[in-house]
Write a protein that binds this ligand. Structure first.
Ligand SMILES: Cc1cc2nc3c(=O)[nH]c(=O)nc-3n(C[C@H](O)[C@H](O)[C@H](O)COP(=O)(O)OP(=O)(O)OC[C@H]3O[C@@H](n4cnc5c(N)ncnc54)[C@H](O)[C@@H]3O)c2cc1C
Length: 455
């Protein structure tokens, strides 16, 4: 492309990517400076996406909100109502029996696992609980030593001594359903964090909730407020920078554009940042290169059953011996508030190698497979399936191979000249972490502009 034909634009700060991190960064900056947010897709939100249908919605991106920080501050600011999942339960469905996982004793007593698998489950469960407690010890030295040690181990370490296929499948399902990868692909830190948190009672997970209308209510509110400061369909192809200037080239609806700004926040997934920043120094390149993403295949199902159902009280059911590994009940957040409305919304999902298998099928085959198995789990839904939404998600949360996480995060939390990075990979990956990273990058960036003005 002849550069003479490019449009030229200027602004104070450019944010690249309008996922949770980029939107929170954009909204924090908009109060103080002239900001433009560039988003390659035709919708804002990135990995936050919801589908609405009648009284219900399905999250086909981020499933739940949990944690603390700017994510919740923003939802409070926009008055986004949340249905708490604190009183809801999780269950395991195995060999035709559903047992709550909230009570380890009941799980061991009632589940249809072989005795050998039950002994292994008890051992692995205790190991995860112990390591999780150390990771979150009030003694900072104990916590940091535990994290450093677990960072060096692969997730398969947590399965030491396991011989039965039943326990291997269950553990693989937990890893797939929470991170979207197989246990040996990630470090033990993240697997301990995800499974350990899931083994807690839902009431102990801070702010465990489902925003009414879907998680997209959060990103929609931010995007509406940013208005025409967001350019949709604006795919950034290159980012170059000097000491105090960033040049961004993007292809937008008005043709190729060269935008110059004093500062930038790069809020795209790690592999995308590598692709658009060819001039990255070796340290940042290695840090981004270490980040991997889990993958999911989901089938969201809107149903039309009448009256109370036995799954109303469960937010999720692990299903290691079905084609998907988990069913999340998005309608659980609405139950217990007034009379039960007819219908519901369930998401069947598979991660890691189970997702790779489903990914070989057409959308129609995925739908047929998931509906068949959902009817094995809940035969009451026969004739009650209204609509199915199939979604392939190549990026769920980020994860790291053993030995790379802390160096990668430390490097990317530092600015690179006039550029800050933001994304879920800067902390224990989650929607809350993505929002926090955007807020942090924007705050640090504004401090640097303030310091420059004072010089
Ligand atoms: C199916 C699924 C389930 C999940 N479940 C949970 C959960 O239960 N709880 C939880 O806390 N988290 C969950 N997550 C993770 C959570 O959604 C993410 O951690 C978070 O949304 C990441 O936000 P982000 O802004 O860092 O990245 P993204 O949302 O990926 O945003 C990056 C944006 O950059 C844009 N972009 C990329 N390249 C370019 C380019 N060249 N030019 C311009 N724009 C570009 C993308 O289109 C995207 O909009 C889930 C994710 C998925 C997919």
């Amino acid at each position: 492309m002849d550069s003479d034909l490019e449009r030229e634009e200027q602004c104070d700060v450019v944010v690249i990517g309008a996922g949770a991190a980029g939107l929170v960064a954009g909204s924090t900056l908009a109060e103080a400076t002239d900001v433009v947010v560039l988003e390659a897709a035709l919708r804002p939100g990135g990995r936050v996406e919801s589908v609405r249908h009648g009284d219900y919605w399905l999250n086909v991106g981020a499933q739940f909100t949990e944690g603390a920080g700017p994510l919740f501050d923003v939802m409070d600011r926009y008055g986004i109502e949340r249905g708490s999942l604190a009183g809801r339960k999780a269950a395991l469905y195995l060999k035709g029996r559903m047992v709550t996982t909230d009570s380890p004793a009941l799980l061991l007593l009632r589940s249809r696992m072989s005795l050998a698998a039950k002994v292994e489950l008890a051992r692995v469960g205790l190991r995860i609980r112990r390591t999780h407690a150390r990771m979150f010890s009030k003694n900072a030295r104990v916590a940091s030593e535990a994290r450093a040690r677990l960072d060096q181990e692969s997730g398969a370490w947590l399965m030491k001594g396991v011989r039965t296929d039943e326990m291997r499948d269950l553990f693989r399902a937990w890893s797939g359903q929470w991170i979207g990868c197989d246990p040996e692909e990630t470090a033990a830190t993240q697997l301990t964090f995800s499974i350990g948190t899931a083994l807690e009672k839902a009431a102990k997970v801070p702010n465990f909730a489902l925003p009414v209308g879907g998680n997209q209510s959060f990103t929609d509110a931010l995007a509406a407020d940013l208005g025409d400061r967001i350019r949709l369909g604006a795919e950034v192809t290159s980012v170059t920078w000097g000491d105090d200037l960033v040049t961004v080239q993007y292809s937008g609806t008005k043709g190729p554009t060269r935008l110059t700004a004093r500062r930038a926040i790069v809020a795209v997934p790690a592999d995308r940042a590598l692709a658009i920043m060819p001039g990255l120094p070796a340290e940042q390149r290695a840090a981004l290169d270490a980040i991997e993403y889990g993958r999911y295949v989901l089938a969201g199902v809107f149903t039309s059953e009448e009256g109370p159902q036995r799954w109303d009280d469960y937010f999720g059911v692990s299903t290691p011996d079905l084609s998907f590994q988990m069913v999340f009940n998005h309608a659980a957040a609405l139950r217990g508030q007034g009379p039960r409305r007819s219908g519901g919304a369930l998401v069947c999902l598979a991660g890691g190698s189970r997702a790779d298998e489903l990914n070989k099928l057409t959308d129609e085959e995925i739908e047929a497979t998931c509906v068949r198995d959902l009817l094995v789990l809940f035969p009451e839904l026969e004739g009650r399936i209204e609509r199915v939404v199939v979604k392939r998600q190549p990026r769920v949360v980020s994860y790291w191979r053993s030995g790379t996480r802390s160096t990668s995060q430390q490097t990317l939390r530092k600015p690179l000249g006039p550029i800050w990075f933001a994304g879920d990979y800067l902390a224990a990956p989650s929607l809350a972490a993505a929002a926090e990273s955007g807020h942090r990058a924007a705050t640090k960036l504004l401090q640097s502009l303030g310091a420059e003005a004072a010089r």
